[in-house]
Design a protein around this ligand. Structure first.
Ligand code: LLP
Length: 403
């Protein structure tokens, strides 16, 4: 909850902007690293969730590793302090150039997603005269009970190597002269809220696959269980810190762990979602025939989740209490982009709102700014850190007109 002083400071800043609560990020990281240490689990932050350099530096400073899905993410992670020996690289479509850069950086592991990629990794490592450390990303055919677009562990998805290819992978691994087999990798989806059910299934399936590879003579030294822990978009203040303990307890209970075997996870969303808020201002209050629109100055180009996935984000009018507004109203809160899907929330109840009010779109720290674009040639939203509010660009106050 923001106090009056913070609200007046934020109201002076040019909108739209992403605001990152650096104290909350730190508290989340402390909770994550302490919980992981208690369970003997190694963490690699999924850079794709938020690649802001200050955020990456805050995360790497805690000794956490990086999970990357492009050559540029690998380079950016290393530049921001993640050690190559704690960096993993997944992705179904790694280019030769990306593989070469990551081989040169000597990363911890490539999470290899297909038989053909295995051959390419072997050939490129041979050409450079280096060893490629490779984990196989397994497609465990598990339903993560989440949105279709963020489900990754079913056979209908493009990710990972399926059971019918295990024997061919084993033969190929024996033939590849330039590959060191590092272990197995799994990731079944994102925004998983059935934590016990989905992750216990993932762990039991992982244990079976580990046994299969061990029986073929491969020591599985590393098991990477991917990311996916969900956050509370409906009530961000109630569950401001994710339940990392529940996730790791579930792993402890359901994964058969050999002594000396290293267990890894790759959380993205749960690390950064709640520390980010997209702030926007009301441009127009427009009464329609059947509804009232609040037209704000942030659009789907700034945060595409509602338009792309129909995702829910909690929306608050932070100026209303400050102004002493009375009464509530139902609004369709929409952006300025020329697309009818540019809707932040339909039928939302907010305090009676006026032009110039500051609106907070919550839980925007993950897959927000990093997925933004410049459609309609709009300017990119600014970035404001809670510990550097003074650096923010000041707004030109909106011209006053009658309601
Ligand atoms: N590891 C791998 C291999 C992944 O593909 C992902 C996410 C993660 C880890 C991190 O998962 P997380 O802990 O963040 O759930 N843009 C979508 C989410 C896409 C997730 C892609 N992969 C959204 O806004 O909901």
């Amino acid at each position: 909850m923001l106090n009056i002083r913070e609200i007046s400071e934020l109201e002076k800043i040019r909108t739209p902007f992403y605001h990152y609560d650096m104290d909350l990020l730190d508290a989340t990281l402390v909770s994550l690293t302490e919980s992981a240490a208690r369970h003997g689990i190694e963490v690699h932050y999924a850079v794709k969730a938020n690649a802001d350099e200050r955020i990456l530096k805050a995360i790497s400073a805690k000794g956490i590793g990086a999970d990357c899905v492009s050559g540029n993410e690998v380079l950016c992670a290393i530049r921001c302090g993640f050690p190559p020996e704690k960096t993993v690289f997944a992705g179904a479509g790694k280019t030769d150039e990306e593989i070469i850069h990551a081989l040169e950086a000597d990363i911890f592991a490539f999470n290899c997603e297909s038989l053909q990629e295995l051959k390419v990794l072997d050939a490129l490592a041979g050409r450079l005269g280096v060893r490629a450390k490779v984990s196989l990303r397994i497609n465990p055919n598990i339903d993560a009970h989440t949105h279709k677009y963020v489900t990754t562990g079913l056979y209908e998805n493009k990710f990972g190597i399926s059971a019918h290819d295990f024997d061919s992978a084993i033969i190929l691994l024996r033939d590849c002269g330039n590959i060191d087999f590092n272990g197995l990798h799994f990731h079944v989806g994102s925004q998983i809220t059935d934590v016990k059910e989905v992750f216990s299934l993932e762990c039991r399936r992982a244990s079976e696959v580990v046994e299969y590879f061990e029986s073929a003579g491969f020591a599985v030294q590393n098991i990477d269980l991917g990311g996916g822990l969900g956050v509370d978009y409906e009530n961000p203040d109630d569950a401001i810190l994710p339940d990392f303990g529940l996730w790791f307890d579930t792993i402890d209970r359901h994964l058969k762990r050999r002594s000396g075997q290293r267990i890894h996870v790759e959380p993205g969303r749960s690390v950064v979602a709640q520390c980010g808020t997209l702030f926007t201002k009301v441009l127009y209050v427009k009464g329609g025939d059947t509804k009232t629109f609040l037209i704000v100055d942030a659009g789907m180009n700034d945060l595409i989740r509602p338009a792309l996935y129909g995702a829910y984000h909690s929306i608050e009018n932070v100026s209303a209490s400050h102004r002493g507004a009375s009464g509530e109203q139902v609004y369709d809160i929409v952006g300025p982009v020329c697309e009818s899907s540019d809707v932040w929330g339909a039928g939302r109840v907010l305090p009676a709102s006026v032009r110039g009010d500051l609106i907070a779109i919550r839980t925007a720290g993950a897959y927000g700014q990093v997925m933004s674009m410049r459609y309609n040639l709009r300017d990119c939203a600014g970035t404001v850190y809670s510990d550097r509010i003074g650096d923010a660009v000041t707004a030109v106050p909106p011209v006053a007109v009658s309601e």
